[in-house]
Structure formats: C-alpha cells, structure tokens
Design a protein around this ligand. Structure first.
Ligand SMILES: Nc1ncnc2c1ncn2[C@@H]1O[C@H](COP(=O)(O)OP(=O)(O)OP(=O)(O)O)[C@@H](O)[C@H]1O
Ligand SMILES: [Mg+2]
Length: 362
C-alpha cells in the first residue's frame, strides 16, 4: 500500500498551448479513496492517465509512496486500472480473464487459480468462473473487471468511470459494493466520475477540477458545507445551491425585503457593492404570500418526493427573473402559480465575491 502525490503535475497535449491539467497538487493518504470529479473535459482522465503512466507529464512530478514514478513505464508502477470500457476478452472464461495479467507475468497456474478464487469469493463471482463474459449481466462483468485488478494486488487502484455502462439502479448498488470493497482491501484508490452524487457518496475526499485546474479537495461534508468558490458551490449538491447576486447592506446583505445578517468579515473582504449569496434549497424559511419578508418566489413546478418536495420557482432579483429552488416538507406543498416568501436561515448562507468567485464567508 502507498500514498500518491500529484506534485504540480501538468499535461500539455501536443499541438495545444493550454494545459489539459495545470499544476495539479493533491496528497493522497495510504488507503484513501479519492474521487476526481468535474464536468466533461476538465482533465479527470488525463490526471488519472498521468498517474498510470499512459500520458506524459510535462511539468511537476508524480510519486507513489516515496518513489518518483513520473517517467516510469506503466508496468513498473504497481497499479491496476479499471476503465469505463472494461473490455473483457470475449473468448476467455471469467477465471481466465481475471488471471490473465498474472499469466502474462509468468505466475504459475496453481497460484493464479488460488488468487482468482480468492478474488471471486470477495466479488461474489465464484459460480461464474467458467462462464464467458457474454453470459453475464452488466454488473457481473463490471465485477470481473474489478477482479482483474484485485488479483494483481496492486499498491494503487485507478478507476475511470467504471460504472457508466450500468443502468441507474445497478450503478447505485455497485457503487456501494466498490466503496465497501475498497475499505475492506484498504488499497489506495483514485476514482474518476463526472457524477457529483457518486463522488460525495464514495469518496473519503473529493477533488473538484474545472478547466484543468483543481478547485478544491476536501471531505464530502466540507465540500457541501464550505464550497471554496462559486463553481464548487454550483457543482456540488442536487438540486444545486441557489446563487443570487444581492446588494451589500448595513450588517448584512439585502435579500428581497429582508436584510440577512452575514459574517462581518465576509463583507469587509470586498469593496464590491454586491456579493453573490448561496443558499441551499433546504436552508430557506418559507412564509406565505401575505408575509412581506425576503424574496417573493412564484411557484412554477413542484417535484414531490414523498418525504419532502422541491419547489421550482422564479423571483425578481435586480430587475431580472431568477430561478430559485426551495425544499419544503412533503405535507406543506404549495400550489402551482402561488407565491412564497423565502428568507435564508441564519447561519446557512454562503457569501462569494461576484467578481472573483472566491468564498468570502468562512
Ligand atoms: N489525446 C489528446 N490530445 C489532445 N487533447 C486531448 C487528448 N485527450 C484529451 N484531450 C483534451 O484535454 C482535455 C481534458 O480531457 P480529459 O479526457 O482529461 O477530460 P475528462 O475530464 O476525463 O472528460 P470526460 O468527463 O468527458 O471523460 C479536454 O479538453 C480534451 O479535449
Ligand atoms: Mg474522461
């Protein structure tokens, strides 16, 4: 087992001037499950492929444990990778697929068999060892791909969107299986996904990338409670955080008809006349139309989830109409077309600089 360090690792593809990954710095602990997340094209796969040795590193370094692997070929890095397109060999049995890397490495037959059987037991594949991949379900094939990685007993697992071929329900159950398997094996894992829910549910820590630049690396809790900037605030959380540009007022910010107190330090950190306030859908106090408080929101759509409901509405902010999402109790669902007045709950606001996007509140 080992730590993994991205030390200002940079990748500039030939013919490009802008780095696909720009001075990435992450220290991953021994046994940690780190998730790289971000929108399409932000550099997730490139980062993982640099760690795997499948992509040149044009600046900085990558270390596994205290070994500098920056320029080592993939086979000398002691890693195993599970791809989105896990491409099992169709003509080989599950057992042969799982043991193939060991066979290539010259491991003897008895030892291969033993390792494959151990991995099959962990992955609940014992009864399928003699089948061909085409006779397996998508989830079972995905587990064979995991098995192929496990039998090699690597220092580090790398996974690039390994669940994206599975249907929604299987994704949810398989993500739990992978996370608990990783914890059991204790092998340092770097996992790539574009799905922020997957990232939050699976990772010990999550690293958010945008345009090749690391935005924040943090525990799921901190990422949700204290997004470092407007991008992370909007990206993490579903439905997304409401981000509203509002005037700075004496002692707080003017949110519709109400001055919402925010940390004094947050406002003294900027000379701007307006800031962007972030409020998660579950952090509004809701009053009826008769109240003259906060922001008036006209209800467009209500999404009922049983235990609670999401109200999708519009409000007039600074002369423009702005979409607002509010979570309400399942038994307090407003009528479509009606009006609500919403006020952010004290202590649950996030303040960002509109001009730089940086978080101002702590
Ligand atoms: N072989 C390549 N040559 C040139 N540019 C590339 C190459 N591979 C990727 N890129 C570019 O580098 C950037 C990062 O790509 P990367 O594949 O790392 O994104 P990603 O975050 O994995 O996206 P996705 O979620 O779509 O898989 C993109 O702008 C992409 O177009
Ligand atoms: Mg990718």
């Amino acid at each position: 087992m080992a730590t993994v360090t991205f030390d200002k690792a940079t990748r500039i593809y030939p013919g490009s001037t802008k780095p696909a990954v720009d001075a990435l710095e992450i220290d991953i602990a021994d046994g940690e499950f780190l998730v790289l997340v971000g929108p399409s094209g932000c550099g997730k796969s490139t980062s993982l492929r640099m760690l795997a040795g499948l992509e040149d590193v044009n600046g900085g370094a990558i270390r596994i444990g205290d070994r500098d692997v920056t320029h080592l070929p993939p086979k000398d890095r002691d890693i195993a990778m599970v791809f989105q397109n896990y491409a099992l060999y169709p003509h080989m049995s599950v057992a042969d697929n799982m043991g193939f890397a060991l066979k290539i490495a010259g491991v003897n037959k008895a030892e291969i068999r033993q390792k494959v059987e151990e991995a099959a037991k962990i992955l609940d594949l014992t009864e399928y060892l003699d089948r061909k991949p085409k006779a397996l379900s998508g989830g079972q094939r995905q587990r064979v791909a995991m098995g192929r990685a496990i039998v090699r007993e690597p220092q580090v697992f790398l996974m690039d969107e390994p669940l994206s071929n599975l249907d929604a329900k299987l994704r949810v159950s398989t993500r739990t299986q992978i996370a608990s398997l990783q914890r059991r094996l204790g092998i340092t894992t770097v996992y790539v996904t574009h799905d922020q829910v997957e990232a939050l549910t699976m990772g010990d820590r999550v690293a958010v990338l945008k345009d090749g630049l690391l935005q924040q690396v943090d525990t799921p809790r901190n990422m949700y409670d204290k997004p470092a900037n407007l991008f992370v605030a909007g990206f993490i959380g579903s439905p997304a955080m409401n981000l509203v540009e509002v005037p700075v007022a004496d002692g707080g910010v003017k949110f519709g008809n109400t001055v919402v107190p925010v940390q004094r330090d947050a406002l003294s950190a900027t000379s701007d006349k307006t800031v962007t306030v972030g409020v998660r859908p579950e952090h509004f106090d809701v009053a009826g139309a008769e109240a003259d408080k906060g922001l008036a929101v006209t209800v467009n759509v209500v999404e009922e989830l049983g235990s609670d409901a999401f109200v999708y509405g519009t409000a007039q902010v600074g002369g423009e109409s702005k979409d607002i999402v509010v979570r309400v109790g399942g038994r307090e669902v407003p009528e479509k077309g009606s009006q609500l007045h919403v006020v952010p709950r004290a202590g649950e606001t996030h303040v960002f600089s509109t001009s730089t996007g940086a978080r101002l509140s702590d």
